[in-house]
Design a protein around this ligand. Structure first.
Ligand code: FE2
Length: 348
């Protein structure tokens, strides 16, 4: 209680406005006894001068006063300080004015002759409400800060997690490429070139991310193909070629039970489809082939031709590009191939 009184005397300044000196004095004396610091003014104009110069926690104002009445004072105070607490003191015949003051944002009104206990109670209630509002405001600000800090931490954790996920899938892709030592780094090169194509097509970040994983995993089905066939130094027999052609569907079987891989399946299944419908495994043609699969098909074929094989050296770049041009609209989606060649994406 002692502490509360000390706090009130330091923080809570009350501006008392009444044209009757006696009322001002009675109010000031009583409120000073309660630990508040009081300043008196005898009309609205004088009160405004104090209000503009100093800071107050609360105003107690008469309504009928010379020069500037309480209603005018209330309007001017609220225009500058909408949350200012104002208690109106009024004679009973002016009750309509008191109600108007309430509509204009006054906190309370007291009928003259003012019961001092009622005034003190109203002042205490008003200042308590103000204190609670301020505390709530501080609490909200702290909460906002806390939420902001937590959001930053969460975003960081999400980015770290995403990177760890991508790194693990890259390791898996390296394991796929390691089945065939001549295609080391193939999946990652296909990933980088495919991403460049999607940038030209204006893919969203989310769609690019799906493609990134799909490109890394497109050959995951090769895990299920015998090494003798994958590493065979010479040309493949028709049966061996048929076995190799099973890798897209084997890939689908490997990933189909995992929720995260569901949206990458079209790339795993259809990256060997040809634009003219002569590819495998589904023989899809044109735009019925999922766009992501049509994208991957271009760098996939380029990188295969650019890689050294046991039975041939890497093809010169000009020959590869000529060969790819030859298959525009047959093996490759012409629009994707155009982007690939025009933007020299093969130079990545
Ligand atoms: Fe493949």
């Amino acid at each position: 209680m002692e502490q509360k009184k000390r706090r009130a005397s330091v923080e809570d300044r009350i501006l008392i406005v009444d044209d009757e000196e006696v009322i001002c004095n009675i109010l000031a004396r009583r409120l000073t006894r309660e630990g508040y610091s009081c300043v008196a003014a005898h009309n609205g104009k004088e009160a405004l001068r104090h209000f503009y110069k100093d800071s107050f926690s609360l105003i107690i104002s008469d309504i009928k006063m010379p020069e500037m009445d309480g209603i005018e004072l209330l309007k001017k105070v609220k225009a500058v300080h909408p949350n200012m607490l104002v208690i109106m003191v009024t004679a009973y015949p002016e009750i309509d004015l008191a109600l108007e003051a309430m509509r204009l944002g006054a906190y309370d009104f007291i009928i003259k002759p003012a019961d001092m206990e009622l005034v003190v109670l109203s002042v205490k209630k008003a200042l308590e409400k103000k204190r609670l509002e301020e505390e709530l405001d501080v609490y909200h600000k702290n909460l906002e800060k806390l939420v902001e800090e937590r959001t930053v931490k969460l975003q960081l954790a999400y980015r770290t997690l995403k990177k760890a996920y991508l790194d693990s899938v890259k390791v898996l892709a390296e394991a796929i490429d390691a089945k065939d030592p001549y295609t080391r780094g193939h999946s990652d090169r296909v990933r980088r070139m495919s991403l460049r194509i999607t940038a030209s097509l204006g893919f969203t970040e989310e769609r690019m991310e799906i493609l990134e994983y799909g490109a890394l995993l497109h050959d995951i089905g090769k895990i299920g193909i015998k090494d003798e066939i994958l590493r065979k130094p010479g040309a493949l027999t028709p049966e061996e070629y048929q076995t190799i052609q099973e890798h897209p569907l084997i890939g689908v079987k490997i990933v189909e039970g995992i929720e995260f891989f569901k949206d990458k399946i079209p790339m795993i299944r259809n990256h060997h489809e040809h634009f003219d419908g002569k590819g495998y495994p589904d023989g899809l043609a044109g735009e019925t082939i999922p766009l992501e699969a049509r994208i991957i098909a271009v760098p996939d074929a380029f990188d295969a031709m650019a890689s050294l094989r046991p039975y041939r050296s890497a093809m010169p770049l000009e020959d590869i590009l000529l060969e790819m041009e030859k298959y525009k609209g047959k093996q490759f989606d012409p629009k994707i191939l155009e982007i690939f060649l025009r933007e020299k994406i093969y130079k990545l």
